[in-house]
Design a protein around this ligand. Sequence first.
Ligand SMILES: [Zn+2]
Length: 226
Amino acid sequence: MERLVSGIHKFQADVFAPNLAFFRKLADGQTPQALFITCSDSRVVPDLICQADPGDLFVLRNAGNIVPPYTPGTPSGEAATIEYAIRGLGIRHVVVCGHTRCGAMQAVADPQCTASMPRVRQWLDHAQAAAEIVCGCYNHLTGEARAKVLVQENVLVQLEHLRTHPTVAAAMAADELTLHAWVYKMETGEVFAYDPVSGQFAPLLVGEEVTAEYAPSRRAAVAQAV
Ligand SMILES: [Zn+2]
């Protein structure tokens, strides 16, 4: 913890103080560009990856970048955060960003990993569809290739869950919301975006904005780019 505490002092002296006007303005309110849903993994740092400033990203994190489907009458942190982002803050872009070497996805692939963690097991059931898609469509893949495709399919499954949330459905119907499916490759620092035309994840290029208007029939295309 010592390192974290000294980090706070360093932040105050080297970052906050020299940018006082910026932080004071930020204190008056936020207008983030996107809701960024990603994994809790400590190696995935959205602001760093996107080189975003404070105030740019409204972030929702949990194990496996999961969005539980909307369930009437059941409050959840995810549902509240999504609703607030869209209706409260007027956010028009939602990114679901998975990542390679994801421990949560490894546990989805091998449920034995979570034998002593029943709450984790229960949570990861929200990614079960991705596991079964991999078994059904990519059973010829093994090892690393299979793990990568599970990460990709999970991002797409969570986007489908996202669409079950009334705020998302309404904003999309009004053409006021765009969904993005990304995978961060931690071995290289690259970010791949799902391209519904090719049905594959491809590296994000400068100036490019790929939207994940997902076409189910294209899913079986082997997505090996990541
Ligand atoms: Zn992860």
